[in-house]
Design a binder for this molecule. Structure first.
Ligand code: PL3
Ligand code: FE2
Ligand code: FE2
Length: 233
């Protein structure tokens, strides 16, 4: 038993917890696996950084294995079919960009948006996780900051050339993230996380990343709320 962010008592053995966890656990296992695929794609698009990107990709594969262990520890089977559906639009957007050499779009999707989403999710999960999953998630989130940093550094170095492409990619991708958050809201609530604090942390991290690569405060304010409606926040 543990106390959640939203005030309820969490029973890791209850049917409600385990049912929600099967989808959340599926999402993180599949999300980490797709992050691995994305880094391998990026390694082929950026041959000068191939060794580094492959190294980051392998970290994602380890994250996926670590989250599998979290499911096993609670004797929960991850719902991977649900998870593939959950990521389908984002995956499609990444693959379309990768096959048309839109490197900045790929980096925005994997290097900024997905990493900020993961950091927000994991930091919100840590205080409400079971002891086993907490230790694992703490180690995982430390790696995600490195992944976010790779995207920031490359995009900052190419900012003038990629600014317009990033604005376009942002317009395309953020609505998908709000839809995904809405879709996970109930299950996240059942394991003790609040959607509002997920959104707040995601927006903070993503705004900071956009500022780091060169966008002005004005640009950022316009970009980060794209597609976010009153019912979402
Ligand atoms: C990047 O390294 C991996 C991307 C994984 C994406 C995870 C997004 C998770 C959103 C679901 C919120 C619940 C989180 C619970 C954490 C175990
Ligand atoms: Fe990861
Ligand atoms: Fe990552």
């Amino acid at each position: 038993m543990a106390q959640s962010q939203v005030g309820q008592t969490l029973d890791f053995q209850s049917d409600i917890y385990r049912d929600a966890f099967s989808r959340i656990n599926g999402i993180v296992i599949e999300g980490e696996q797709e992050a691995y695929d994305n880094f391998i794609w990026l390694a082929s698009l950026l041959p000068n950084h191939a060794a580094e990107l492959t190294r980051l990709g392998k970290m994602e594969r380890r994250h996926s294995k670590s989250f599998e262990a979290c499911g096993r520890n609670l004797d929960v089977l991850p719902d991977l079919e649900f998870a593939r559906q959950f990521f389908a639009d984002l995956r499609h957007a990444f693959l379309t960009a990768a096959t048309s050499d839109r490197i900045a779009t790929c980096l925005l999707i994997q290097g900024l948006v997905i990493e900020c989403f993961a950091i927000a999710a994991y930091n919100n999960y840590i205080p409400v996780a079971d002891d086993f999953a907490r230790k694992i998630t703490e180690a995982v989130v430390a790696d995600e900051y490195l992944h976010l940093n790779f995207g920031e550094v490359w995009l900052k170095a190419h900012f003038v050339a990629v600014k317009a492409e990033l604005e376009e990619a942002n317009r395309q991708i953020l609505p998908l993230i709000w839809r995904m958050l809405n879709q996970v809201e109930q299950d996240a609530g059942a394991i003790g996380m609040s959607k509002q604090s997920l959104i707040t942390e995601f927006l903070g991290r993503y705004s900071e990343a956009l500022g780091e690569i060169g966008f002005s405060t004005r640009d950022i304010l316009r970009m980060v709320s794209h597609g976010l409606t009153a019912k979402d926040s």
